[in-house]
Design a binder for this molecule. Structure first.
Ligand SMILES: [Zn+2]
Ligand SMILES: [Zn+2]
Length: 390
């Protein structure tokens, strides 16, 4: 699915007129069909060497192979996953160091690999960071987020140019509507995860949703749940984020700093008959917050463990509540092509709060600073999500 959100009249013609033809220096083994002007020979790319060690290096500008696109990055957003990777590495996303990383981006197509259909040089694009294969055990069971063949993942958005793998181009890439701000478009992938997560429980008019954790994910969850007509109680511990939660649609906010020893009780007191929320969303990824989410849900309610904890983490569950109160404890991970398409539509809504979410900008050379700020190793007031602009 490609380009469905592009309303530009004559966009194809306008884009193609900008094509200057493939310069001699950028000969493509796979036969790059089109190239934007003369690409430089080298570019800057962030490489993860080890936890806490990310370096900006000079590497050759890649040439897109069959089905691939080369994108000139306009903005890359710092994801919670990147912060975790920076701190402790990532066994799945980054197999071998040094490795390029960064996966939330918006950019302009700079070169098109042979056979990459639906995109032209000059198109502004964004994509998800993976695409399911469609034929493995899990894909055949429609559990596309669990696809066993999500590799090659998209990594390397912290760079001047990014190579997008063929399957992602084919399945999970979008042309950005004319005039849409790059930072808004770059939220495609995390928003797709949120929209998938929102399908856990019956979120809509008449339901009360508790969201604990007000990072970009928790805030987008708040926005999207409120947008579906649910009453959202947002739980956090940071002035800026609590204010942001209200701004994106939370009906109530609970400040953990002032809620006292039994904060889940404070949340429950804000629900009908004090019974607890219908759907509890954990958007932090720490076992103690998983406990919090269970403590605020009502009998017969649903808990969505949305935040992934560190490998080896263990949470305990009160079996009495699970059985006699018929709790539904479940989780949502990653995204599927359907949710990526939905995200592309939601991003185009006038009220989508990207300015509330993306609060700080850094240059590519300042990437380490951005990662440390996003991981709260350094305190940056008001930071919700950081953008890196090469
Ligand atoms: Zn992400
Ligand atoms: Zn698969």
């Amino acid at each position: 699915m490609t380009g469905a959100t592009d309303p530009r009249p004559g966009a194809e013609g306008a884009d193609r007129s900008a094509v200057s033809g493939r310069p001699g220096g950028a000969a493509a083994p796979g036969g790059a069909a089109e190239t934007l002007g003369t690409l430089p020979a080298v570019m800057r790319q962030a490489l993860f060497y080890a936890p806490g060690d990310v370096r900006i290096t000079q590497v050759p500008v890649p040439t897109p192979g069959p089905g691939e696109l080369l994108v000139r990055v306009e903005v890359a957003l710092v994801c919670g996953t990147d912060v975790k990777t920076y701190r402790r590495g990532h066994p799945v996303l980054l197999a071998e160091a040094p490795a390029p990383f960064g996966h939330e981006y918006c950019g302009v197509v700079a070169a098109v690999g042979a056979g990459a259909e639906g995109f032209a040089v000059g198109d502004r694009v964004s994509s998800a960071n993976s695409a399911p294969c469609g034929h493995c055990f899990f894909c055949r069971r429609e559990q596309l987020s669990l696809c066993e063949n999500l590799q090659p993942l998209l990594n390397g958005a912290y760079a001047d140019y990014l190579l997008v793998p063929a399957r992602i181009v084919e399945v999970n890439m979008f042309r950005v509507p004319y005039g849409m701000e790059p930072e808004r478009a770059a939220l495609l992938e995390p928003l797709a995860c949120v929209l998938k997560g929102l399908e856990v429980g019956d979120v809509g008019p008449g339901t009360t949703v508790g969201v604990v954790g007000l990072g970009p994910i928790g805030l987008m969850m708040t926005y999207a749940a409120a947008g579906r007509g649910a009453r959202v109680i947002a739980v956090g511990r940071n002035d800026g984020k609590l204010a942001a939660a209200r701004a994106v649609g939370a009906a109530e906010v609970v400040d953990l700093r002032t809620a006292g020893g039994d904060a889940p009780a404070v949340v429950r007191a804000l629900t009908e008959q004090g019974k607890g929320v219908d759907v509890a969303v954990e958007a932090v990824g720490r076992p103690e917050v998983w406990d919090f989410a269970v403590a605020m849900v009502r009998r017969g309610g649903v808990v969505n463990f949305f935040g992934g904890c560190e490998q080896g983490s263990v949470a305990t569950i009160d079996t009495y509540r699970l059985h006699y109160e018929e709790l539904c404890l479940t989780a949502a991970f990653h995204h599927t092509p359907r949710h990526v398409r939905m995200a592309a539509e939601v991003l185009a809504r006038v009220d989508f709060p990207h300015r509330t979410l993306v609060t700080h900008r850094y240059t590519l050379d300042e990437l380490t600073k951005a990662l440390r700020a996003a991981g709260r190793e350094t305190e940056v007031k008001g930071l919700i999500k950081a953008a890196v602009i090469p």
